[in-house]
Design a protein around this ligand. Structure first.
Ligand code: GLY
Length: 351
């Protein structure tokens, strides 16, 4: 078991290990307290792990209530959020009770936002069940739901009290969902840790504990410096400016991870054009993504992608800030003007 402590507006532990899920109740009791535990999860994850978590929480003395919703990004909306907070109110849930988010990014984001806002904030524990959620959304306090006008537009920074990553829960991941998480792991190697990147030559799922704890450690160092995403935290968005544009252009039929993989390839190639990194760095990125079965070819044009990039919520009026790798394990930020963005994406689309 590895424990990484996050020092943000709240200090909390991320515990990464194998086979401790059934003792979650005792750990949550010790770290978060409360009388009632509300398990928030989707119907697929509930069928796999809901019963074991409920049993463990009950054994630890909790009164347990469960709220489930249909699996998938489409559920991450204000209807689910209002149903959830109404459910908590009807169950007389209080601010000293504990919301337990069990699942991938959707469960973590909805449950996290409910915990942030219900009675102005309750206890929150994240139990991620996808690789992507273990290395990204469960840690760092970004919570949100989507509005019809865009993703994650209604949200809050709200740190959990505890994150429990039992890697044995990842054994049931469908191949596509696994690969999506691999894209995010590869990102950590590119932006911050050459050794981590090189260790990915051995499959990630054969070394989950080391890899996940390595990624969480990197994220913890970034969050300690910039919890509220004003500065260095934007490094975590490497590949995401173009990745989000690809995802949006596909009408969200393409998964986030695949789109980010393509985005990382395009942004690294653009970095070569800018003279920030060399072709060897670009080839390493492309080879690593392809070795995990991630797509790197993009069928959309620079005009389409640049237009979407500029309408993204992260832009300001005249420029977009993007990180580019200087070499594997090190990135640098550059402000790209609206005028240059299209040229840059065009160069990024080159092979
Ligand atoms: N997912 C990027 C972040 O947590 O900032």
């Amino acid at each position: 078991m590895k424990t990484i402590t996050i020092n943000a507006s709240k200090t909390y532990d991320v515990m990464v290990g194998a086979g401790f899920f059934e003792t979650s109740g005792d750990i949550i009791r010790e770290k978060a307290g409360g009388q009632t535990a509300a398990i928030i999860t989707d119907k697929n994850v509930a069928a796999l792990y809901g019963k074991a978590l409920k049993t463990s929480l009950k054994k630890a003395g909790y009164h347990v209530i469960t709220f489930t919703f249909a699996a998938g990004e489409a559920s991450k909306n204000t209807d689910t959020y209002f149903s959830l907070v109404s459910f908590l109110a009807n169950e007389n849930f209080t601010r000293s009770d504990v919301v337990v988010a069990l699942g991938g990014g959707v469960a973590g984001d909805i449950a996290g936002f409910a915990a942030a806002t219900y009675m102005r904030g309750t206890k929150l524990v994240q139990i991620p069940t996808t690789l992507l959620a273990t290395v990204d959304s469960s840690v760092g306090g970004k919570t949100a739901v989507n509005l019809e006008t865009g993703k994650n537009l209604l949200g809050a920074f709200y740190q959990p009290d505890l994150v429990l990553c039992d890697v044995s829960l990842l054994g049931t991941l469908p191949e596509d969902v696994y690969r999506e998480g691999c894209a995010e792991v590869i990102k950590y190697g590119i932006i911050a840790d050459r050794e981590l990147f090189e260790s990915l030559e051995k499959p990630i799922n054969e070394q989950y504990e080391n890899i996940i704890s390595g990624c969480v450690k990197i994220k913890s160092e970034i969050i300690a410096q910039d919890e509220f995403d004003r500065d260095i935290r934007k490094i975590l968005n490497f590949g995401h400016a173009v990745g989000h544009a690809i995802e949006a252009r596909s009408g969200f039929t393409m998964s986030h991870g695949k789109a980010v993989a393509m985005g990382m390839r395009v942004e690294t190639r653009a970095g070569v054009y800018l003279g920030i990194c060399d072709m060897e760095c670009f080839e390493s990125v492309r080879r690593m993504l392809e070795s995990y079965g991630l797509p790197t070819n993009v069928s959309y044009t620079e005009n389409e992608l640049a237009a979407i990039c500029m309408s993204d919520k992260k832009r300001d009026s005249y420029s977009i800030s993007m990180y580019f790798p200087e070499k594997i394990g090190k990135c640098k930020i550059a402000d790209i003007s609206v005028n240059d963005l299209k040229t840059l994406i065009k160069q990024g689309l080159l092979d």
